[in-house]
Design a binder for this molecule. Structure first.
Ligand SMILES: Cc1cc2nc3c(=O)[nH]c(=O)nc-3n(C[C@H](O)[C@H](O)[C@H](O)COP(=O)(O)OP(=O)(O)OC[C@H]3O[C@@H](n4cnc5c(N)ncnc54)[C@H](O)[C@@H]3O)c2cc1C
Length: 249
């Protein structure tokens, strides 16, 4: 049972992980027709590791609760706030609420940051493989790399269905790190890769499997296929880190 009395002032510094807190939505950006980014100001902020996530909890008036995890898209250098990027699933409980109900100024219950495994230390070269909204934690890595170690080798292979599905499109286009592939319809005049991520794309990334760490995030199918390709390309299992978002995709 949560204590209802206030804690003694300055006796203990409250630690964010595991402790629910009320964040305030300070900005909402439309990324694609089905994806929005939400900037949240946190009363108890702590720097995260790129790749970590927060839990979000919604409570209905009758007490029913729904809880989901969302990766942090922002660099830990954005002090006091985090950005979450959420794909709207039509038959979902939580993601449509974010898209259809949440406005700037609203309060959202969150806790985090969590995860110790799917994190980029900020030092090693990296090959990032994202499918759909699986690009979100990889964007935190890429943003942090651009801010802290622009010369470090980091490549992003990003698989989307259509040109309109590219999240962070302008920001990704502003750098040289990204190789896009379109699995359904490429944009007119596209001369890059089309279809699923394959061995040629991994080889073209130029990331040395002996030196780099690979991070793959997306649906189960995407992550399984990416893991096989990475093993075939010579990445040792301990150099392949994966995060799965949902049962389908
Ligand atoms: C560590 C972690 C980090 C995550 N980070 C992000 C993120 O950054 N952005 C983001 O958009 N999502 C992310 N997810 C997925 C997120 O937690 C939810 O599962 C997703 O938003 C669906 O929740 P919902 O309540 O809208 O749908 P639900 O009510 O949970 O599900 C509705 C329907 O969609 C199916 N479904 C559930 N999840 C998915 C999915 N991911 N893809 C396809 N179908 C699904 C269900 O089987 C069901 O049929 C993350 C998941 C994990 C475990």
């Amino acid at each position: 049972m949560e204590r209802l009395t206030p804690e003694p002032a300055a006796a203990v510094v409250p630690k964010a992980p595991g402790r629910w807190q009320i964040a305030t939505v300070t900005a909402i950006a439309v990324e694609t027709p089905t994806v929005k980014s939400f900037t949240l100001a946190l009363p108890i902020w702590m720097p995260h590791l790129p790749g970590q996530h927060y839990d979000v909890r919604l409570t209905a008036p009758d007490g029913y609760q729904a809880q989901r995890s969302y990766s942090i898209a922002s660099s830990p250098l954005t002090s006091g706030e985090i950005q979450l990027t959420i794909d709207r699933l039509d038959d979902g409980e939580v993601s449509p609420w974010f898209h259809d109900v949440v406005e700037v100024g609203d309060k959202v219950e969150v806790r985090g940051p969590f995860a110790a495994y799917f994190v980029w230390s900020g030092e090693q070269p990296a090959l990032l493989l994202g499918g759909g909204s699986g690009v979100v934690p990889l964007m935190a890595m890429l943003r942090h790399k651009r801010l802290t170690a622009p010369e470090l080798e980091m490549r992003l292979i990003y698989s989307v269905r259509l040109a309109t599905d590219v999240i962070y499109a302008a920001e990704l286009a502003a750098g040289e790190e990204t190789q896009l592939t379109y699995t359904r319809v490429p944009p007119p005049g596209w001369e890059g890769h089309s279809g699923r991520v394959d061995a040629a794309m991994i080889a073209a990334s130029g990331v040395d499997p002996a030196r780099g760490t690979a991070f793959a995030c997306g649906s189960n199918g995407f992550v399984e296929s990416a893991s096989r390709l990475l093993l075939d390309a010579g990445f040792a299992p301990e150099r392949i880190k994966t995060e799965r978002y949902g049962p389908t995709g």
